[in-house]
Design a binder for this molecule. Sequence first.
Ligand code: HEC
Ligand code: HEC
Ligand code: HEC
Ligand code: HEC
Ligand code: HEC
Ligand code: HEC
Length: 325
Amino acid sequence: MRYVLLSFAVGLCWLVTSAPADVTSDCLVCHAGALAERRPDGSVRSLHVDGQKFFLSQHGGEGCLGCHGELGLGPHDLAAGRLPAIDEQYAPFLQGLSTSRQIALNNCMGCHKEAAVGYMASDHGQARKAGSEIAPLCDSCHGNHYISSLDDLESPVGIDQQVDTCASCHADQKVMAQVQLGTHVVETYDLHFHGRKRLIGDRRVAVCTSCHAPAENAHTILKPGDPQSTVNPANVDQGCGRAGCHPGVGEKFALSFGHEVPSFQVRPIVFLIGKVHYFLMSLVLGVMFIHIFLDITRRRLNYRRAARAALAAQAAREDEAGGHA
Ligand code: HEC
Ligand code: HEC
Ligand code: HEC
Ligand code: HEC
Ligand code: HEC
Ligand code: HEC
């Protein structure tokens, strides 16, 4: 493996000459620099980690080994080294990944067992287990080195960014075509009540997982047709009807909130009202612009006429004054 080593030599000297201090600082001696690796296909992969941002993240206290435990100090020859112990129950979800990613994700799941249980039961987890290369894993939604608290504006899964994170796959035609799913879900979310309120800054509205997963575990996202799915009208008390949202509503209410695009066949009344609204708005705006145009033209004409009359009157006065002299 060939790699670009900008801080490697310095790091090695430093490691050899200094007493073994905190391991994370040791890792950062090399990785805080502009370290990168050239892949066999010629592309370059950055191996840089911003130490300051890392220490400020939720995992600053866990240190690098919290996730990269079995990796050991670099350069890391995992192929030749011992095989890491991957938990049996997580292994089927991690097949086909690089050893380093398997170790890291195995550790995410080990520390966050509840999230892992929800993930493994979800459609995403099941697809991953069945060999899907496009189904998300922990780091697809959360990132890796700079994971913030869920309340943070920058959290990719919090209320401010979650829609964009789901959209990175669910609005991507190339990805969704592979699983025969539509990319309409994000666009329709933005158009419906919750999406509109979110766009004007309301932080209480439902985002994707508010409807698609139970309140106690955002990871258990199931197919809408699954009898356990929270968007299945049979489970309305766990979906729309959950505490803090619309308690007490029935199945009919649940059926009215999906992603369908209104048409003559689906919700014709909504579709027709939309069309009439569009027509009336165009008419009113059109007439308004014509009115403004005519008004401005009239005013300019009047102004010119008045100016001409004033000039004529002045000329007449001057003529009169000349005649007297
Ligand atoms: C002496 C410099 C040096 C030190 C110290 C070092 N690394 Fe590395 N690291 C490298 C180099 C070079 C590579 C790329 C080649 C490789 O994978 O061995 C790398 C690659 C990696 C990778 C990517 C592996 C992969 O195959 O995807 C991870 C993860 C990593 N290091 C984590 C760490 C951690 C955690 C520590 C501290 C325990 C650490 N490194 C300490 C130089 C170092
Ligand atoms: C919260 C878990 C977590 C912690 C803590 C963590 N990493 Fe990572 N790291 C990951 C994951 C997940 C990946 C992606 C899988 C892979 O390629 O190894 C990754 C990848 C890497 C890579 C490969 C390049 C990349 O960005 O994909 C390097 C290098 C690396 N980590 C170094 C470090 C260093 C140095 C520290 C400590 C300062 C650290 N990591 C702490 C989870 C973590
Ligand atoms: C499809 C995207 C997605 C994937 C994949 C994902 N998460 Fe999450 N994660 C979320 C969302 C969304 C939330 C909740 C955000 C909220 O409630 O505001 C969350 C919350 C969390 C939390 C905090 C709340 C809790 O449940 O403890 C942890 C920890 C967590 N995830 C870890 C993981 C781990 C570990 C994995 C891998 C097994 C993983 N996540 C996979 C989207 C994801
Ligand atoms: C060594 C144990 C450990 C590992 C490994 C680990 N975490 Fe964490 N994680 C924690 C601790 C401790 C916190 C902060 C306390 C808390 O809120 O649970 C945290 C916080 C989080 C949060 C924010 C939770 C919140 O409520 O705001 C998310 C999301 C998260 N981790 C996801 C991950 C992901 C994804 C990975 C793997 C890439 C991972 N963690 C690996 C221990 C770990
Ligand atoms: C890395 C890409 C990726 C991300 C990110 C992602 N998904 Fe998915 N999602 C998929 C794929 C691929 C499938 C289809 C899995 C399969 O093969 O059954 C899927 C399936 C689903 C399904 C089931 C659809 C059906 O009818 O089969 C729902 C619901 C869903 N995702 C919601 C979400 C939500 C909500 C988020 C954000 C929290 C999210 N996804 C993030 C890739 C992604
Ligand atoms: C108000 C609740 C609600 C919100 C918010 C919501 N969904 Fe849905 N979603 C549903 C319902 C109900 C269905 C099943 C009926 C349908 O497909 O219209 C569904 C279906 C889906 C499907 C399956 C579609 C298919 O073609 O089979 C996916 C994927 C999905 N949603 C993703 C998302 C994503 C991504 C977001 C965030 C941008 C989101 N949903 C926000 C209620 C919601």
